[in-house]
Write a protein that binds this ligand. Structure first.
Ligand code: FMN
Length: 190
């Protein structure tokens, strides 16, 4: 029996002028669509230009349409990929801002983390801190890593990977996310 394609939201976390990790968000969007694995939307924090929130969405008396839109996109997605740069050994404030904004929307949500840097370690130091934060939010963090080193020379602006081994690494990473999405769907039906 064919299972319907899941819907995945790719959060592009960097709002930095001249950011490069967005290339990797575009790469995963293209990869998932080309391989016919999921329907996808890129949820670009740079487009929202959110302020630092002074309260969580559920306690905001009149949230802005953008905030409601962001929450809806996360809620309706069956899985999330967070593409985050590493800044000083951690994740940027932009992603913590939107994680803390929501609560129920993260509950049992399968989330795969992609870390990006222009150095040789691919932002791997972000993993433990972001994993712990998402765990605290009751998200279901997928047990797979996708570090991207030297993003400035390994991806084009349009998200094309210049190294052929990227696709080979991407497939098992995405398979892990898809497995968690399927498992969650089955559990929700019981
Ligand atoms: C404030 C700041 C701190 C950074 N800290 C690190 C770091 O700790 N390790 C690292 O490999 N790269 C670091 N970088 C470089 C990023 O890896 C680089 O900007 C990369 O392109 C990903 O971030 P971007 O999407 O904002 O471009 C830092 C960049 C900024 C702006």
């Amino acid at each position: 029996m064919n299972t319907p394609m899941p819907h995945i939201a790719i959060i592009s976390a960097s709002v930095r002028t001249g950011r490069q990790s967005h290339r990797v968000a575009l790469y995963f969007e293209n990869f998932l669509v080309k391989q016919n694995l999921a329907t996808v939307e890129v949820v670009d924090l740079n487009v929202y230009q959110f302020p630092i929130f002074t309260e969580r969405l559920k306690y905001q008396p009149s949230p802005s349409p953008d905030v409601v839109d962001f929450a809806e996109r996360i809620k309706k997605s069956e899985g999330v990929i967070i593409v985050t740069p590493e800044y000083n050994g951690g994740y940027p404030a932009s992603i913590k801002n939107v994680i803390d904004l929501l609560y129920d929307e993260w509950h049992h949500k399968p989330i795969a983390i992609v870390t990006v840097s222009d150095g040789s370690f691919g932002g791997t130091q972000v993993i433990t801190s972001l994993l712990f934060t998402l765990w605290k939010m009751h998200a279901w963090v997928v047990p797979a890593m996708f570090p991207v080193p030297r993003v400035d020379t390994s991806f084009t602006d349009a998200g094309h990977a210049l190294d052929k081994t990227v696709d080979k690494r991407a497939r098992p990473f995405i398979d892990e996310l898809l497995w968690c999405i399927q498992a969650r769907t089955k559990m929700s039906k019981q």
